[in-house]
Every structure is written in C-alpha cells, then in structure tokens.
Write a protein that binds this ligand. Structure first.
Ligand code: TMP
Ligand code: ASP
Length: 243
C-alpha cells in the first residue's frame, strides 16, 4: 500500500467517465470510475450500473501489467471496486490513437476498407478539445501550438508503440484482437511524462478472435446490445475467473 490517506475529499474534476478527488498527498489523486457511458462527443449518453466497477478492474489490471513491464504510469494502485490512486498530472491536450486494423473514424474519414489489417501500427494524434470535437492533427500542429515538444512526441511515440505490443501480447492468448486504442499522457510535478487516463473497453476496440464479436464500447455506440456483458467478458478473460 502507498500509505496515502484517500478519504474522499474535495472533487478536483469531473469528466465523462471519471471523477478525480484530492488526497492528503498533493501529488496523488483518487480516481473514481462512473457508471456513465457517452459517445459521439457526449451526444449519446446512458447510465449502466456496474460499468464503473468493470472499467476500474480492467484498467487497473492492465496498468499493473504495464507497470511490471516498466511503462511509466500515473497509476499507483487500485483502492477498491470503483477507485484507484494515481499520480497527479497535468494532461497534455493530445489523444494518441494506434490502429492495427481499420474500423471507426478512419473508415469514415478516409474511406478505408473496414477490418483491414494494417502493414504496421498507424499512430494518430487528436487535439483534445470537446468543443472542437477532438480534431485529428499532425505532429507539427502539436509542436507549433505548444501542446508537446519534440522530446515529448518522440517519448510518446516510443511508449505508445511499446504499449501496443504489450497489449497485443496480453490479449492474444485470451482470444482477443486489439484493433485500436487511445492513450493520454500527463506530466507530474517534476516534469516526468507518464501514461495517464484509463485503458479499458471505453478506450480500446477489442474483437473476439474466433467470432469477431465486439467486446468494447462499439456495442454502446452502435446499439449492438449487451454492452456490460462484453465488458464483463473482457474482465473474465483478464482475471481468469468470473467477475
Ligand atoms: P475512432 O475510430 O472513433 O477514431 O477511435 C479510435 C480509438 O480511440 C478507439 O479504440 C476508441 C478510442 N477513442 C477514445 O478512447 N475516445 C474517443 O473520444 C474516441 C473518438 C475514440
Ligand atoms: N469518448 C467520446 C465521448 O464520450 C467519444 C467516443 O468514445 O465515441 O463522447
């Protein structure tokens, strides 16, 4: 245990899927996962009891695995079914997406064929701004507008591609194809770059490797039904037991 007192206190921030609370340690925040689903920049919403628990369990388990593989993380430890402790960071306004297989916005935007395995991982940057609908940007935008430095971008790309390999290795034996995912990064009080936010079926696309079933938030986005069943299934496979 970290020894930090995490008695719930001042709420620092409420996002679409999580709330952040201050702790007694100014460098540490308590992250609480909510039962809310949102998609299409918050246009579509729903509450589903048990969603916060599953994303907290899944995200914590993935972060524990990445920590063992020396990925620099804001995650400290899972506290209980809904909450985890994390290093307080200033989030860079970039969403970093990796695609292994074409689906989602790249099909809409570029007319790419659906479900095509790409010859190598495709890394994209989006400017994190809800009002603008998180537009896709280039590295030059990030540099010129000061969202990240050259060093940040090279570190971010290195970590992101490593995480892609690690996640593929984690999920392949579980019969899950890692189609694509989104990462966010932050900087701690000493300026170190840390992988932040969450890694869950909200932020990844997972396809069952034998049936092709969608085991992620696309079930909510596209009204495919049994949304929580899919999250439950990811947790069941990750934990090796029933959730
Ligand atoms: P996209 O195909 O809609 O651009 O999504 C690519 C990946 O990024 C997919 O795994 C879902 C994830 N994602 C988020 O985590 N948050 C978002 O706001 C969006 C648009 C996508
Ligand atoms: N995360 C975004 C939203 O909540 C979009 C998405 O994931 O589809 O609106």
């Amino acid at each position: 245990m970290s020894g930090v007192k995490y008695a719930r206190s001042e709420m620092l921030y409420e996002g679409k899927a999580k709330r952040l609370y201050a702790t007694d340690d100014p460098e540490v925040v308590l992250v609480e996962y909510k039962d809310s689903f949102t998609a299409f920049n918050g246009e579509k919403r729903a509450e589903m009891s048990g969603k916060g628990r599953l994303n907290n369990l899944i995200s914590s388990r993935i972060f524990e695995y990445l920590a063992k593989n020396d990925v620099p993380l804001h995650f400290i430890e899972r506290v209980d079914e809904l909450r985890q402790l994390a290093v307080r960071v200033r989030i860079l306004p970039l969403e970093v997406v990796v695609r292994n297989i074409t689906t989602g916005s790249i099909v809409k935007r570029l007319g790419a064929e659906e479900g095509r395995r790409l010859p190598r991982p495709l890394l994209e940057l989006y400017y994190k701004d809800d009002a603008l609908g998180d537009p896709i940007v280039t590295e030059d935008h990030a540099l010129i507008f000061g969202w990240a430095s050259e060093e940040d971008l090279s570190e971010i790309k290195g970590i992101t591609l490593r995480v892609n390999g690690l996640l593929k290795d984690l999920f392949a034996p579980l019969g899950v194809v890692l189609v694509d995912f989104k990462l966010e990064f932050g900087r701690d009080s000493r300026g170190a770059l840390l992988l932040a936010d969450e890694i869950s079926p909200d932020t990844c696309r997972f396809w069952d490797s034998s049936t092709g079933d969608r085991l992620d938030k696309d079930r909510f986005r596209k009204d495919l039904g049994d949304v929580l069943g899919a999250y439950e299934e990811i947790w069941r496979r990750l934990s090796g037991r029933d959730g």
